[in-house]
Design a protein around this ligand. Structure first.
Ligand code: FES
Length: 223
């Protein structure tokens, strides 16, 4: 026992423990980080496994003026480590892998403040059967945003502040407006949008699992 206590840890041992700790820490942190960031980053890199299909989001008439509303959309995946063939061979039709994305929906506000959002007036008396002109107005005014922060992918939250409100990222303090524009913090750009969107005759919004990746590391859009 006394000998053990006398055997001090050498500098090499100490550094070795530090390296080992770092490796173990990275092993724990990196996969979880990639899990959060993965869907958006994969799409931006053109390496997504998500099927190129339209998915229903919600009726546009249910999207309120003011603060954004959120909904979860499931996007089917094309392939997942060979499991699709295995499941098909076993006859298990229940196998249907998806990616779940939370989408923030709101109406564009010229000031970026929720209280000035511009919800089309015809939605008060009409929930489907829109004309082509009305569909265009809806898409022009609709903010369709990913909840993955443009910094490292943490889920952003809406924080109401005296009738204005902002999207706030809890990880490192990234802040965005109602329209998803960058305000402050480490994100290199505004929030990711879903550019592939359409409104159908049933009055519902449909999107594809694609994001505007044109300037992922560009200059922040400061307002
Ligand atoms: S992940 Fe959002 S600010 Fe870092």
């Amino acid at each position: 026992m006394a000998d053990l206590q006398k055997d001090g840890i050498s500098r090499g041992d100490f550094l070795g423990f530090g390296v080992l700790g770092g490796v173990m820490g990275a092993a724990l942190v990196v996969p979880s980080t990639l899990f959060v960031v993965g869907p958006v980053i994969d799409v931006v890199r053109g390496k997504s496994d998500v099927k190129d299909e339209w998915q229903e989001v919600m009726s546009v008439s249910e999207i309120p003026a003011g603060a954004p509303t959120s909904t979860v959309v499931e996007f089917p995946i094309t392939q997942s480590y060979g499991n699709e063939e295995i499941q098909e061979e076993s006859g298990n039709e229940a196998y249907d892998p998806t990616v779940r994305n939370l989408i923030w929906l709101s109406w564009y506000s010229p000031s970026g403040h929720a209280k000035e959002s511009e919800r089309p007036g015809f939605l008060d008396s009409k929930s489907q059967g829109f004309s082509e002109q009305e569909k265009k107005e809806i898409l022009d005014k609709l903010n369709i945003l990913s909840n993955s922060c443009a910094h490292l992918g943490c889920p952003v939250r809406w924080l109401e502040i005296e009738g204005q409100g902002e999207f706030l990222c809890p990880c490192h303090g990234g802040i965005y407006t109602l329209n998803g524009d960058y305000v402050a913090g480490p994100p290199p750009r505004g929030m990711y949008e879903y550019p592939k969107a359409e409104v159908r005759d049933d009055g519902k919004l449909y999107v594809k699992h694609e994001f505007d990746g044109s300037a992922p590391y560009g200059e922040p859009h400061v307002i």
